[in-house]
Design a protein around this ligand. Structure first.
Ligand SMILES: NC(=O)c1ccc[n+]([C@@H]2O[C@H](COP(=O)([O-])OP(=O)(O)OC[C@H]3O[C@@H](n4cnc5c(N)ncnc54)[C@H](O)[C@@H]3O)[C@@H](O)[C@H]2O)c1
Length: 301
C-alpha cells in the first residue's frame, strides 16, 4: 500500500520533530499541535480535543502518525492525562475513519506493562523477555491512558476502519537529557534528575531503558513503508539498559524475585540487554536500534 499524505500530530514536540526529519523526504507531511510548526509544514495549531480541528487535519490523509499527548506522569493531573490522551486519541481515530485514512501509527508506551516512573517502581514481569503478548498492568494514569488508547485502536482495526501499528517506545533519550543520564550514572542511588522530570526520578523506569530518537524515527518510517507491519505492539528500545548492573541482577534487586527467563541465551550473550523482546519488531517492522548509548556515552568506564 502506497501512503503519500501523512499527518503528524504532536508535530511541535520533541518526538514529532525527529519523526518529521526522518519522513519529510518521502511523504507529503502536515502537522497538528497546540504548539506552532517548526518545520515549514502545513500545520493546524490546535488541540486534539477540538473535533473540528482534528477533522480538518485528517481530511485527505493516507496515514496519521498519532504522537500528540500529555507525554508523562508529571505534565498534568491524572484527570487531564486521561482526558487529553484518551479523548484526544479517540477524536483522531474517529476523524481518521470518517476521512478514509488507511493506516495509523499509534504512540503508546512501554509503561503499559506495569512500570510507573512516578516512583521508579515496577510490577514484576510474568516472564522474560517481555513480548507483545505479555499482560499489561498499568499502575498510573499515564500508563493507563496508553493502554486505553491501544484498546481503542484495536477496536477500530476489528471494525476494518484502517490498519494500526502500535509503537511502545521506552524513555526517549533526547540529546537534551545526556547530562542527566551522565549525572545519574555517576551517582546511581543519590541522583534526583532536574532535567527531564522536574526533580522526579529520571527517565527509563526501574531498569533505565532508553531509545535514541534517531532510531525511534527510523522505526516510525518503517511502520509507514512496510506492506504488512501488523498491529504490533512493538517495543521501540535500544540494545542495552543504562543501569549500572547487569539486567537480571538489576531486575532481581528492584523486584526481589527471580523471573522466569524463556530464552537464557539473550542475557548470557548480552548481559545488559533490555527486558523487552526486540525480535518481534526486527522481524515484522525490519527495525533494530543501532545506537548503543551505554557504549557511546561510556557511562561506567
Ligand atoms: N519521551 C518519552 O520518553 C516517551 C516514551 C514513550 C512514549 N512517549 C510518547 O511519545 C509522544 C511524544 O512525546 P515527547 O517526548 O515528544 O513529548 P513532547 O511534549 O515533546 O510532545 C508531545 C506533543 O504533544 C502536544 N500536545 C499535547 N497536548 C496536545 C493537545 N491537546 N492537542 C495537540 N497537541 C498536544 C504537545 O504540544 C507536544 O508538542 C507522546 O505520546 C508520549 O506519551 C514518549
Amino acid at each position: 500500500m502506497k501512503l503519500k499524505k501523512v499527518l503528524v500530530t504532536g508535530a511541535g514536540g520533541l518526538m514529532g520533530d525527529y519523526v518529521i526529519q526522518e519522513l519529510k523526504d518521502r511523504f507529503q507531511l502536515s502537522g497538528l499541535d497546540i504548539l506552532p510548526d517548526k518545520n515549514g509544514l502545513p500545520h493546524i495549531q490546535d488541540s486534539i480535543l477540538n473535533v473540528d480541528a482534528v477533522k480538518a487535519a485528517c481530511e485527505g490523509m493516507d496515514a496519521i502518525v498519532q504522537i500528540a499527548a500529555i507525554p508523562n506522569i508529571w505534565s498534568g493531573s491524572g484527570s487531564e492525562i486521561i482526558h487529553t490522551n484518551v479523548t484526544g486519541t479517540w477524536n483522531v481515530l474517529r476523524a481518521a475513519q470518517e476521512a478514509g485514512v488507511k493506516r495509523i501509527i499509534l504512540t503508546s508506551s512501554d509503561s503499559v506493562i506495569g512500570y510507573t516512573v512516578l516512583s521508579g517502581s515496577m510490577i514484576p514481569p510474568s516472564y522474560l523477555p517481555i513480548d507483545h503478548n505479555h499482560p499489561r498492568r498499568p499502575t498510573d494514569p499515564y500508563a493507563l491512558s496508553k493502554k486505553l488508547c491501544e484498546e481503542m485502536a484495536k477496536s477500530f482495526v476489528d471494525d476494518d476502519a484502517f490498519e494500526v501499528v502500535v509503537m511502545r517506545p521506552v524513555f526517549v533519550l533526547y540529546p537534551e537529557f545526556e547530562a542527566e543520564v551522565r549525572a545519574r550514572a555517576a551517582d546511581p542511588k543519590g541522583y534526583k534528575g532536574p532535567v527531564s522530570s522536574a526533580g522526579k526520578p529520571p527517565g527509563g523506569g526501574a531498569m533505565w531503558h532508553y531509545v535514541d530518537p534517531r532510531d525511534l524515527a527510523v522505526a516510525y518510517r518503517k511502520a509507514l513503508i512496510m506492506d504488512e507491519p501488523g498491529f504490533g505492539p512493538y517495543f521501540i528500545c535500544g540494545p542495552t539498559i543504562l543501569a549500572p548492573d547487569e539486567t537480571l541482577k538489576t531486575l532481581r534487586h528492584k523486584t526481589g524475585v527471580d523471573i522466569e527467563v524463556k530464552d537464557e541465551n539473550i542475557y548470557e550473550l548480552a548481559p545488559f540487554a533490555p527486558l523487552y523482546d526486540l525480535t518481534h519488531a526486527e522481524i515484522n517492522l525490519g527495525f533494530k536500534a543501532v545506537h548503543d548509548l551505554r557504549e557511546q556515552y561510556d557511562l561506567y568506564g
